[in-house]
Design a protein around this ligand. Sequence first.
Ligand code: HEM
Length: 380
Amino acid sequence: MLNDPYPVYAALRDTDPVHWHEGLNAWIITRYSDCERVLDDAEVFVSDLRRIGEDVPPELLSLQTVDGADHHALRGAVTDAVRGFDLGAWLEESLRIADELAQKASGAEFDFAGDFAEPLAAASMCTLLGIPLAAEDTGFRSAQRDLMLSMDAGLAPERAEAGVRARGRLSALIERALADGTARGPLARVGSDPGDLHSRQLVNSLRSILVAGYSSVSSMLGNAVAALTADPDGPRAARRITPGLLHELIRYDGPVQAESRGVVRDVTLGGRRLRRGAEAVVVLGSANHDERAFPEPDRLRPGRRSRGHLGFGRGPHACLGSHMALRLGTAVLGRLTEGARLVRTGDPVRRPTATLRGLDRIPLRLEPAPGPDTDDRRST
Ligand code: HEM
């Protein structure tokens, strides 16, 4: 299931599209149309699980876990802070870091996940928020990993505590940058209002960006490169990195596989009666492979118009950083494959996480690309 969840999703979509999962104590929603409905209807399906009686500790309250006016205010504050930021300069800086990492990697075998995607995502997200991060900082990445593992706490409760500690460590990083005046960019702007500065939920929301940005971008890059290098005879079009191809890669094997919602009113979905107080898990990875929405869903088709995919979510809680992720991903993968080709030198190793799908390791070599006349069919 961790290695390849798509056949399991397909079976559920066919036989039990709104499935009661005893272990998770939640409904599992797998068809595109049902997932879309849940994400769009924030009156019935809420992100604030306190409204279904769950105990949400204050450290977890952020724009991702509140609804309505509170969500609107937090999302507005975060969007305003990012809006005044020079995204072009951020992208340039991210590309500079990518070039440096690629330079180190060129010629020899390297681990695309650990030696490239993760340090790049860490530096890029810290640059975005204006958090000073030492290049050799390994604590940041290990906290992020604990957090990614803890997203499966419904299946593996023993991972929950490390996730709470990791959140605390990342919040402390943000608070320290605010307190000692080293924060730059959006973080400094948010910090300029003393009322906001001490607002726990705002700090938690900035942490959400740090977590959502790092974990999704690093996992997306790994999944994308795994897909692009999986089939040496794959279509040549897959080697030209465009925003359209990136959308298709996220549809095909996106990092965010599932999101939770609380049901606050009795409702019928896919012929099943969901009672008030239940939890519903929207399986985005399954919706994106639903043959009712995407013909030949299990094939990576570079020319596909896959913008309706749910890989960035939908509705009021849809991804706040999708345009940044697309710009970053297209630029970085484009730069990496410009004049070079990525050649797999071993099998990828999957991270043992179902919610945030990604790789722990993908061994590759960067080789000079053959000239334009060569019909290179061996790699991407
Ligand atoms: C390919 C990369 C990315 C993917 C696939 C992705 C996916 C998602 C998804 C599916 C959601 C919806 C969560 C829900 O409905 O509960 C989400 C929310 C969010 N994402 Fe992303 N994301 C990516 C990159 C980023 C980046 C780069 C940032 C920040 C710069 C970011 C910030 C956020 C935030 C703050 C939210 C919460 C929005 C809210 O609850 O109002 N994401 N993301």
